[in-house]
Design a protein around this ligand. Structure first.
Ligand code: NAP
Length: 320
């Protein structure tokens, strides 16, 4: 008589939830999902995998509390919340989801750029308010996007997609990376510049770098002072790439014109944070990759990474 499926031991995976229904469906019956408290407190029984959904911190101490850990699978590309060196030292594979979310994230970045330059959110609030009683051609003048100069910091997967969209708006695109990308320059007609040149010349500064020790606080008072007074900063990377206090100061004093942020540090900001009170700030709640189609692909890839790691096979997308 065959053994009932429920009695077959399944790999044990800790996850921070609640998980999206798609992920739940993909994992149900395949692995045993244990609550995040197990990762925080530790386990005497083997734990085969960690699945990170909402950017919980994972470090070596946590890995050591989970005996037998083979794989950490992250729902998303950014892995700054996972200590990669600690995982490497312990032979634990880490997977993420490049290749499936850059289009959606670039769309949102470009949407923020357009919204901030053309005062879309401010205009919508006004148009829906009792104050809007008469059309006035003199109000809510924005700045032009087409024909302007975009500076992309981080010409990687997302940066490239942003640059493609900028071409349709006839923008001059400058970029900065640690490594120059001649193939992207040829393909997309973008121009490599130093960070300072980018700050001095760009009408829009778009952040698409990973958060690392090098990029943490990269946009500080010194960087903001180099930007044009008319510049608009768009951050779709990670909140900690920008120094909040310096940004508040630059926006309040008119050192730059506006900021559009999909990401902040912390997330969410405390409800009384000065950034929330500024008229020239637009904030979205970290929704860069949040489309139905992209989230489905992220779920599938992150689950494929997890299952491969549990089998001891190479991950489809491993962070190296
Ligand atoms: P990627 O393909 O790895 O590209 C990152 C780029 O940043 C690379 O071209 C890299 O080039 C450059 N870079 C790294 N360190 C740098 C430094 N110190 N100075 C200048 N450039 C630097 O990553 P991606 O897929 O485009 O994603 C980028 C980040 O976006 C992720 O790490 C994540 O944090 C964030 N993200 C946010 C959302 C959202 O919902 N808002 C969604 C997805 C991703 P070099 O190595 O040559 O410097």
């Amino acid at each position: 008589m065959p053994e009932p499926v429920d009695s077959i031991p399944r790999p044990r995976v800790v996850a921070d939830g609640p998980l999206d229904a798609t992920i739940d469906d993909l994992l149900r019956g395949v692995v045993e999902i244990l609550p995040w408290e197990v990762a925080l407190k530790g386990s005497s029984d083997p734990i085969d995998g960690i699945y990170t959904y909402g950017h919980p911190q994972v470090d070596g101490a946590m890995m050591d509390r989970l005996p037998g850990l083979k794989v950490i699978s992250n729902f998303g590309v950014g892995v700054d919340h996972i200590n990669l060196a600690d995982a490497g030292q312990r032979g634990i594979s880490v997977g993420n989801t490049p290749g499936v979310l850059e289009g959606a994230t670039a769309d949102l970045g470009f949407g923020l750029l357009l919204a901030a330059s053309r005062r879309v959110v401010e205009g919508a609030r006004y148009a829906q308010s009792p104050e809007f009683t008469v059309y006035d051609p003199g109000y809510m003048l924005g700045v032009e996007v087409h024909g302007s100069t975009l500076g992309i910091i981080g010409m990687g997967n997302i940066g490239r997609e942003v640059a493609k969209r900028a071409r349709g708006f006839e923008m001059t695109v400058l970029y900065h990376n640690r490594t120059r990308r001649p193939n992207v320059e040829t393909e997309l007609g973008v121009q490599y510049v130093t960070l300072d040149q980018l700050f001095f010349q760009a009408d829009f500064v778009m952040l698409t770098v990973p958060l690392t020790e090098e990029t943490r606080g990269m946009i500080d008072a010194v960087a903001l002072a180099k930007m044009k007074r008319s510049a608009i900063l768009v951050n779709i990377a990670r909140g900690s790439v920008v120094r909040n206090d310096d940004l508040v100061e630059a926006l309040s004093s008119g050192e730059i014109a506006a900021a559009a942020l999909d990401v902040t540090d912390p997330e969410p900001l405390p409800r009384d944070h000065p950034l929330l009170g500024l008229p020239n700030v637009l904030i979205t709640p970290h929704i860069g990759s949040a489309t139905v189609q992209t989230r489905r692909r992220m779920a599938e890839l992150s689950v494929a990474n997890l299952l491969a790691g549990l089998r001891g096979a190479p991950l489809p997308r491993e962070v190296t």
